[in-house]
Design a protein around this ligand. Structure first.
Ligand SMILES: Cc1cc2nc3c(=O)[nH]c(=O)nc-3n(C[C@H](O)[C@H](O)[C@H](O)COP(=O)(O)OP(=O)(O)OC[C@H]3O[C@@H](n4cnc5c(N)ncnc54)[C@H](O)[C@@H]3O)c2cc1C
Length: 217
């Protein structure tokens, strides 16, 4: 369980914005499914965007068994990041402009989820986290589909959060400078559901209720 930073996760730059407690880390991971997985491919860094989900003390992501990301990251050191942007921060000087954000970095060795039962449970957990109840209504997964899917996971033992919030932090001597300053809040908004061609069914509650990128509390 992450509570104190490791040498690798201890924030040096603006360290007062960092947090290492699981409640803060979990809230960010659960609010934003989009993640970036960083790994080394043929000697050079690659960062691949994908979806992550958390179950208990681990995060998971999946992809084609043939995916270079999935093949390369299996058993390898990775760094997974998750970011929510909450506002653009406009200050009186260019230097003080910033972004209000909530982000997480998780370090570790990616472990492959193996075995049909464990893989199925992980994929169901992914669906349950996004669309509770949908898994049970789907055409069951085939053995070939399961085989073609590689799921990787990372424990949350070495993770950090960093949160930027509030108004611009202009120094006192800049406060009277005659330019507008403040924050431009950023909100993710879901549009109305659009049924696929040929679908004559009501939008299920798990679809209508879906919210992407939860706002900061
Ligand atoms: C949307 C967004 C925009 C940003 N814009 C800028 C920018 O323009 N310029 C800039 O310098 N920085 C920006 N940051 C902050 C940036 O992520 C780094 O925190 C910062 O650059 C310090 O980097 P460093 O390598 O010196 O970190 P260090 O303090 O040396 O990092 C040490 C450890 O602290 C933890 N850590 C550091 N940053 C984060 C983070 N963001 N989230 C979670 N854990 C973290 C990690 O575990 C890391 O290994 C932005 C962040 C976000 C999310």
């Amino acid at each position: 369980m992450t509570a104190a930073p490791s040498p690798r996760t201890r924030a040096r730059r603006l360290h007062h914005k960092a947090a290492y407690d699981r409640a803060t880390i979990d809230a960010i991971l659960d609010a934003m499914p989009v993640a970036h997985v960083g790994y080394i491919l043929e000697g050079a860094p690659v960062v691949t965007p994908t979806l992550q989900w958390r179950t208990g003390d681990r995060i998971f992501w999946h992809g084609s068994s043939a995916s270079r990301m999935q093949k390369t990251a299996t058993g390898a050191p990775v760094c997974v990041t998750v970011t929510l942007t909450d506002a653009m921060v406009l200050a009186r000087s260019g230097l003080e402009h910033s972004v209000n954000y909530r982000s997480v970095m998780v370090f570790g060795t990616a472990v492959e989820v193996t075995g049909a039962a464990a893989k199925t449970a992980a994929l169901k957990a992914m669906m349950d986290r996004m669309f509770p109840g949908r898994w049970e209504s789907l055409r069951p997964m085939t053995a070939q589909e399961l085989k073609a899917t590689r799921i990787l996971s990372l424990p949350l033992t070495e993770a950090s959060a960093k949160i930027g919030a509030g108004m611009p932090t202009d120094p006192p001597e800049d406060l009277s400078w005659p330019v507008w300053a403040g924050v431009l809040p950023i909100r993710f908004a879901m549009g109305d559901p659009i049924s696929a061609p040929g679908v004559d069914l009501a939008v299920p509650p798990h679809a209508a209720a879906y919210r992407f990128g939860h706002p900061a509390q």
